[in-house]
Design a protein around this ligand. Structure first.
Ligand code: KG4
Ligand code: ZN
Length: 352
């Protein structure tokens, strides 16, 4: 089975060709094209929705053409649109920015209409989970069920228990800001730029994680939920108290102490879920999974767990938004196809 996948839920215009043998437990990426808009949005310190949808509209056809290895698009026409060898078209249906989602959904629906190929709607969060089912190297082993997935991105922070493919039990999620959003806001506060996660993380490596005692959201609460808005406010308050201008050393200490508070919250709730839902495998996904401190600390936690737990972390290009993971999600289980005229993009879309 070979799929053409399209993703436009936020600020990445992406298309990919992925495939899987019927007997295989993992997916192979044949091509993956990502046109990032990060530079366009950096001056706003976050994604500007109107700018994002216009840019998707500009990029979608060239990106699809490149994924299909077609020659350059001329006069806004896809030359020789040949979908031979492709068995289905997968597209992110939601959640995300509605104006962004619509561009990818309409492009996919159009291709499905003219080719007659089935149109498979995919939840963006399922994509972040299925990134761990993409083959990374020759020794790759796919995750086993039941498993626990920790999805940490710019829009979501979730702990999900899965007994089988596309069988999602949401254990907990953020009640306010997502972890990535908190990274982006603290980056803005420290004048670092966008997207903030990698910049805060880089700076944090030079700082002292004990310099400031920032709060760990919902630490005392008996739930698997997260909260990062109190932490963000505590960082803001602390920065206001510091003498201006902030030295690089002070910024590094703030970044390090902030990063520690975020990661402690993620580890605390993951450990709690592991005690109640014993699993052999844990999946880490979403843009924040690119964070090396999180990868190291979670790896150490699982290495010393009561029973051996295997951690699956996708390579960085598969942690942040891309279309290969959307195709990967569509290659497992039985996703019900939509009619090209009936598919609806959804800004809010719970994991089924
Ligand atoms: O999954 P993603 O590409 O888009 C969403 O679906 O939201 O995640 C983007 C988020 C941004 O908030 C970005 O700052 C964060 O992931 N991020 C990181 C790192 N790399 C990306 N956060 C912390 N540390 C990183 N190294
Ligand atoms: Zn995402």
């Amino acid at each position: 089975m070979r799929i053409l996948a399209i993703e436009t839920s936020c600020d990445e215009t992406a298309a990919a060709i992925v495939s899987k043998d019927s007997s295989s437990s993992f997916v192979v990426v044949e091509r993956s094209v990502v046109a990032s808009q990060a530079d366009l949005h950096s001056k706003y310190g976050g994604v500007y929705p109107e700018v994002a949808s216009r840019e998707h509209a500009k990029q979608i056809l060239p990106v699809i053409a490149e994924a299909l290895a077609l020659s350059v698009v001329q006069a806004n026409r896809l030359p020789d649109l040949s979908l031979s060898g492709i068995n289905a078209i997968a597209v992110t249906q939601g959640p995300g920015l509605i104006g962004s989602l619509l561009v990818g959904v309409q492009a996919a629906a159009g291709l499905s209409l003219v080719s007659g190929l089935p149109l498979l709607p995919v939840n963006h969060l399922a994509g972040h989970i299925y990134a761990s089912f993409i083959q990374q190297d020759e020794s790759f082993v796919a995750p086993r069920f039941p498993l626990l997935a920790l999805i940490v991105s710019g829009g979501h922070t979730m702990l999900i228990y899965m007994r089988d493919h596309h069988d999602y039990q949401l254990l907990g999620q953020t009640r306010d800001d997502a972890a990535g959003e908190a990274f982006d806001k603290v980056a803005k506060l420290l004048g670092l730029g966008y997207p903030g996660g990698p910049l805060v993380s880089k700076l944090a490596r030079q700082g002292n994680r004990e310099a400031y005692d920032f709060p760990i959201g919902l630490a005392q609460e008996d739930s698997y939920d997260f909260s990062f808005s109190g932490l963000k406010t505590a960082v803001l308050r602390q920065v206001k108290e510091l003498p201006e201008p902030l030295t690089n050393e002070t910024k590094a200490d703030v970044a390090a102490s902030f990063e520690k508070a975020v990661i402690e919250a993620l580890l605390m709730k993951t450990a709690k879920a592991l005690r109640a839902y014993p699993v052999a495998d844990v999946i880490l996904g979403g843009g924040v999974a690119a964070n090396s401190y999180l990868r190291d600390r979670l790896g150490a936690l699982l290495a010393h767990w009561q029973v051996p737990v295997r951690l699956h972390v996708p390579e960085i290009a598969l942690c942040t938004d891309n279309a290969a993971v959307i195709g990967a999600a569509a290659l497992f289980g039985d996703i019900k196809p939509c009619s090209p005229g009936g598919i609806q993009a959804k800004a809010r879309l719970p994991l089924a």
